[in-house]
Design a protein around this ligand. Structure first.
Ligand code: NAP
Length: 239
């Protein structure tokens, strides 16, 4: 038997990223789990199959350092799941421009920087793949979400171009676009918006962390004929 599949998951301290890391470990993989503090929600779960890494996507030196840790520790990387993200809402007319750019810079710029740092190691992996966690808000928009939606929509164009650049190296690149899931990120969403989203969702409920994790792992490991695609997992909200 070969070495276990090795994945780096960003934003694995909680929420959707922790769910993705747990599922990959359940499937026998090895997971490098990043968060700003380096805290990993799964470090107790699988002993030597997890590697907690402190990574702040707003730190220009962060991505190189994180990938170097994986290279030193395991010497390989098969899959990259770019899940970390931030949300700050506000209408364009009133939102602080610095905060507006911080959201785009973290969600798009930080993600691109990590891909750049990891590509060399990843192209030597087995059936290598990249999953970018976008958002259905990037597809359909949401009032008060211009910064978040702009960054998430841009990830789709980024992913499709990257899919073309990396196909000759055998790397698949796909986007997962979740709908509303109860996590720390959505805890501040006002009740009025929640009700609007729930009532517009065909399945009549929000998604769970586990459902989104299964979609992410499908794209990362199982969807071997998918590249440049966007998988929407929103219970039909965007239809
Ligand atoms: N929840 C939803 O309804 C929903 C819907 C669509 C898309 N998404 C997307 O799904 C992803 C995960 O969301 P979530 O709901 O699980 O959010 P969450 O509970 O707020 O978790 C966010 C994760 O990102 C990490 N993170 C935040 N800022 C970071 C930075 N500057 N550098 C590095 N890591 C950072 C956090 O780590 P620390 O704070 O511990 O450092 C945490 O692990 C995000 O990309 C989000 O946009 C979520």
């Amino acid at each position: 038997m070969g070495e276990p599949r090795t994945t780096l998951v960003t934003g694995a301290s909680r929420g959707i990223g922790a769910g993705i890391a747990r599922l990959l470990l359940d499937r026998g993989g090895r997971v490098a789990c990043t968060s700003r503090s380096g805290h990993s929600a799964v470090s107790e779960q699988a002993g030597g199959r997890t590697l907690p890494i402190a990574l702040d996507l707003t730190d220009p030196a962060g991505p190189e350092h994180a990938v170097e840790r994986v290279r030193e520790h395991w010497g390989r990387l098969d899959s990259l799941v770019l899940n970390a993200g931030v949300w700050h809402g506000g209408r364009l007319s009133t939102m602080d421009p610095d905060l507006w750019w911080e959201v785009v810079r973290t969600n798009l710029g930080g993600t691109a920087a990590l891909v750049r740092a990891a590509t060399g190691l990843l192209t030597r992996g087995t059936e290598p793949s990249i999953v970018l966690v976008g958002s259905v808000v990037g597809e359909v928009g949401f009032a008060g979400d211009t910064a978040y939606a702009a960054g998430k929509a841009a990830l789709v164009g980024f992913a499709r171009s990257l899919a073309k650049e990396l196909a000759p190296d055998g790397v698949r690149v796909n986007v997962l676009a979740p709908g509303f899931v109860e996590t720390d990120m959505t805890s501040a969403v006002p009740d009025r918006s929640r009700q609007r989203i729930a009532s517009a969702t065909l399945l009549g409920r929000f998604g769970t962390v586990d459902e989104i994790a299964r979609a992410a792992v499908f794209l990362a490991d199982d969807a071997t004929f998918c590249t440049g695609s966007v998988l929407t997992a929103d219970g039909g909200w965007s239809l």
